[in-house]
Design a protein around this ligand. Structure first.
Ligand code: TRP
Ligand code: SF4
Length: 436
């Protein structure tokens, strides 16, 4: 495996993971992992085991993510959609939210403008990148009443001081902004409502900046569960009832569904609202939790699997800071012309030596080079070719001028191809979105 960022960036992400309890993503179990997985670009996750367990058993899972229609799409946005496409290939059902409420509330984008940006930019690009639109539901937050209802309903579990603690909102933050994370919670959880396929594991691929929303959503989903299924120190699974009423009845239901999985040894303690499944072990945890969700959903319409998430690294912009639409020189937009690309790559920050002589002598530093990053994230499929770029740069055999030329021509080829596919996607997109 190639880890293009050796120490510098990796340490930052490592700290992030420690601070927020994000787990390290291990791609070795994925079937035919795409480059972004193999190369550690997807570095972290919450509860991905649940998703893995689901596709390995051939069961249904959902993938959902959202885009804020607030500007032009650039290469830094592509990692999320690459994942959506990969998991669509594994059989996930796909839902994409156009976050027009969020764009209105936080970026002052009108609904009409948000709609245009989504239809002209994002959705055609998604399809051009390889998303199969037939097997996918794309919606606008402002148009899907179940999402807004859910935001309102689930909002009852969260008070203002929690919102402040998570997001640092100030006294002068407008109410639409304060409320918009709950709309995102509605986005993520609504796919588990009966009307949208019922409870099932859901994967949300996002940039790590979105992790607060993921934690909020997981907390809310957990608060609606009747059971909390946990490992005991003794190594078997316990089911705790989180309600004060009907405890004995719930324990009865828990026992009968555990029995149908084949377990036989139980110890129940109604006063502690606990059921211990003595002949279970750690590997049964997910299965038992699934079984509890099955009966919970028959009596509680807000029964949700806690959503899982994956996190990607951000691309360094060509200027050295994060790639972002607010600094157009830093970003390669998917609609950039050949001329734009040439200009931007020409002046891109590299890890090259101060002079050609120095570079030849001491080698370059691909791990801090924004051009190398283009190869790693987007331009080179073949791992051994990527390795050879890395090695020849390190050894001073590859010079920045030639390297930039190659990146430029690969980029132009990629964008030309995308442009063609995007234009043909645009021809049917209005039909496709007509129901919204
Ligand atoms: N907040 C996300 C962003 O700023 C967009 C978004 C809206 C989203 N709803 C979502 C992301 C649901 C993941 C899941 O880009
Ligand atoms: Fe970057 Fe290429 Fe120069 Fe190496 S040779 S520093 S990878 S531009």
């Amino acid at each position: 495996m190639i880890d293009p960022w050796a120490t510098t960036l990796y340490e930052d992400y490592g700290k992030l993971m420690d601070d927020f309890g994000i787990s390290k993503f291990d791609s070795s179990h994925l079937p035919k992992p795409a480059p972004i997985f193999r190369r550690g670009i997807i570095f972290g996750h919450r509860d991905f085991e649940r998703i893995r367990n689901t596709y390995e058993r051939g069961m249904r899972f959902a993938i959902l993510t959202g885009l804020m229609p607030s500007g032009m799409m650039h290469l830094g946005h592509k990692m999320v959609i690459d994942q959506v496409i990969y998991f669509q290939g594994l059989g996930a059902d796909v839902t994409l939210a156009v976050a027009d409420i969020e764009a209105y509330a936080t970026r002052d984008i009108s609904f009409e403008k948000g709609r245009r940006i989504a239809i002209d930019e994002y959705i055609p690009n998604y399809i051009a990148l390889g998303l199969k639109p037939q097997m996918c539901s794309i919606y606008f937050q402002s148009k899907r009443v179940e999402v807004k209802d859910l935001a309102y309903i689930l909002g009852k579990k969260i008070n203002l001081s929690t919102m402040r603690a998570i997001y640092g909102m100030e006294d002068n933050t407008n109410m639409s902004h304060i409320f918009s994370p709950l709309v995102q919670v509605g986005d993520i959880l609504h796919v588990q409502l009966d009307k949208f396929g019922g409870p099932r594991p859901t994967l949300v691929p996002v940039g790590v900046d979105q992790d607060p929303h993921i934690r909020l959503t997981r907390d809310i989903a957990a608060s609606y569960r009747i059971c909390s299924v946990q490992m005991t120190n003794e190594g078997y699974v316990a089911v705790f009832i989180k309600r004060d009423e009907n405890v004995s009845r719930y324990i009865d239901m828990a026992i009968s569904s555990a029995e149908s999985l084949g377990f036989e040894k139980f110890e129940r303690n109604d006063r502690y609202k606990a059921l211990y499944i003595l002949d279970s072990e750690e590997k049964d945890l997910i299965k038992i939790d699934d079984a509890m969700i099955n009966w919970e959903e028959t009596i509680n319409p807000y029964t949700f699997y806690l959503p899982s998430s994956t996190y990607h690294r951000f691309m360094t912009g060509l200027t050295g800071e994060k790639m972002s639409s607010s600094h157009p020189e830093s970003a390669i937009f998917l609609s950039d012309t050949s001329e734009d690309v040439k200009k931007k790559v020409m002046i891109a920050k590299t890890g090259g030596g101060v002079s050609v002589e120095e570079h030849r002598k001491n080698g370059g530093k691909p791990e801090i080079c924004s051009v190398y990053e283009l190869y790693v994230y987007h331009l080179v499929e073949d791992d051994s070719y990527l390795q050879s770029i890395y090695d020849s740069c390190r050894e001073g055999r590859r010079l920045c001028g030639q390297c930039k030329k190659e990146a430029t021509s690969l980029l132009i080829q990629f964008l030309d191809d995308l442009r063609e596919k995007r234009e043909s996607a645009k021809e049917y997109i209005d039909d496709y979105l007509s129901e919204y």
